[in-house]
Design a protein. Structure first.
Length: 267
């Protein structure tokens, strides 16, 4: 192979420049990069609002064009993030990315995957559990109590809307009394809180099993949220001797092994 053959082509050089620019925008610390990422997160929030409102818009003429427009925006964002990552192969293997790819498929094929469209709200979970969010908006609260609280709240809200969408998709118009999306949301919340007024029920053994799953899962997530909100706060710092990851904020020695630890303090 000659030296000329090993030279990158014009297309390769253009791709490298594009990836470098995207990497600076998605992972850089300049004011322009931060503003760009804030804009991306704002768009994400608008997309999530669309996913939540989708059941009310599904029968309108504007729904399909909006659906495809959202698919184009999400596809462009995911492509840019893949190019900005150090390796596209390692990027696509991340669990959060796999969830986003599934959300994108439901947008690209709305008629085929219509019964799975309620899973689009998983975007709430992927946004608030992503490094992208915490490095941009939540960097002041990273590794603090508020990170745990926001993550737990996002998981709980995601579960509520996923369960609501599932109940709405499967049981709307059935004999249980679910006549619309609000009824499905009402049933999910009353089941999750174990209030159980009984005016809306899911018919059959399958309906009872689904109700049990919603109650147990919902209570578990609610307790997790309450623990994150009210339990005594512990900082994350790995002990170099035993590996214990959580310590009291003013700890000098690891309570598991007694080793001296040096927890950074910005105060």
């Amino acid at each position: 192979m000659t030296a000329a053959d090993s030279k990158p082509t014009a297309r390769q050089r253009a791709l490298w420049r594009l990836r470098a620019k995207l990497r600076a925008l998605y992972h850089g610390e300049s004011p322009g990069a931060v503003r760009f990422r804030l804009g991306v997160i704002g768009v994400d929030l608008v997309l999530i609002a669309f996913f939540i409102a989708a059941p009310f818009l599904r029968d309108t003429r504007a729904f399909l064009p909006l659906d495809l427009a959202v698919a184009a925006i999400l596809a462009a964002d995911m492509t840019a993030r893949a190019l900005a990552w150090r390796s596209v192969k390692s990027w696509i293997k991340r669990p959060i990315v796999l969830v986003d790819l599934f959300v994108l498929l439901t947008l690209l094929f709305p008629t085929i995957l219509i019964n799975l469209a309620f899973l689009r709200v998983l975007r709430i979970w992927t946004l608030f559990h992503s490094d992208f969010f915490w490095e941009t908006v939540g960097h002041r609260f990273d590794d603090t109590r508020w990170e745990d609280v926001i993550r737990a709240a996002a998981t709980l809200v995601t579960f509520v809307f996923v369960a609501t969408g599932f109940v709405y998709t499967i049981y709307v118009g059935d004999e249980g009394g679910v006549s619309g999306y609000v009824d499905a949301l009402y049933f999910t919340v009353t089941s999750l809180t174990t209030t159980g007024y009984g005016d809306i029920i899911l018919p059959g053994i399958t309906g009872r099993l689904i109700s049990i799953v919603i109650m147990i899962s919902g209570i578990t997530l609610f307790v997790r949220f309450a623990q994150a909100l009210f339990r005594p706060y512990k900082v994350r710092f790995t002990c170099q001797v035993c590996g214990l990851m959580r310590h009291e904020p003013d700890a000098v020695h690891c309570k598991a092994c007694g080793a001296l630890i040096n927890i950074p303090n910005e105060d």
